[in-house]
Design a protein around this ligand. Structure first.
Ligand code: ZN
Length: 203
């Protein structure tokens, strides 16, 4: 793509580094910004710079935070003895959007994946084990993706805390709402039967 200005080209290159943004989309976004008032574009740039420079990660759960402790960990109305273990921040946002969970989180920062060279030491696992022991956690709910890496991670953490009096659960796995039984894979359908629940809990 030949651009008439190196400034324009730089901006397009930066935008096209973002996930899901190709050169054409990057150019469209940059040209859109070029039409805005300089003050507005400055505000846009500052929001991004400040977000990256000033954001903190909660030292208890590793969620994003404006201070040392995130708004979930410092909320007395949330059950501080219930921890939902997730892979990343997107999962926290997804679960929070359901408004069905009133406990706290622990963001692992990834999952154990030997093929990708990710071992337990690179994740926030030690801090989770420490937390469960120190805080008298009553229940750990795993909300990890249903795949081999997710199961390996659950198995590893479960072994690490098995001496502690903490209940360990995982989110239900089964047929998606609106899905059709005949198109479900055997593993999913099988697990749905194993994890069947009383109808009172379902409705
Ligand atoms: Zn927190």
């Amino acid at each position: 793509m030949q651009l008439p200005s190196s400034l324009l080209e730089n901006a397009v290159n930066e935008f096209s580094k973002l996930p899901g943004i190709g050169k054409k989309t990057a150019l469209r976004l940059v040209l859109h910004l070029l039409k805005q008032e300089p003050g507005e574009v400055q505000q846009f740039g500052e929001a991004i710079t400040r977000m990256r420079q000033e954001i903190n990660f909660c030292r208890r759960c590793f969620n994003v935070s404006d201070g040392e402790t995130c708004s979930i960990c410092s909320n007395a109305l949330r059950n501080q003895r219930l921890i939902c273990v997730v892979e990343n921040l997107r999962d926290v946002i997804a679960i929070e959007s359901t408004q069905q969970f009133s406990g706290t989180f622990h963001v692992l920062g990834g999952i154990i994946s030997p093929l990708d060279g990710i071992g337990p030491d690179q994740l926030n696992i030690e801090s989770l084990v420490h937390r469960v022991a120190q805080e008298g956690t009553e229940e750990l709910v795993f909300a990890l993706n249903p795949n081999i890496q997710g199961d390996t991670t659950i198995y590893y953490i479960q072994k690490k805390i098995k001496h502690l009096p903490c209940k360990v659960t995982t989110i239900a796995r089964g047929i998606a709402f609106g899905g059709e039984l005949e198109y479900a894979d055997e593993l999913t359908l099988g697990r749905s039967l194993t994890n069947r629940m009383p109808i009172d809990n379902y409705i």
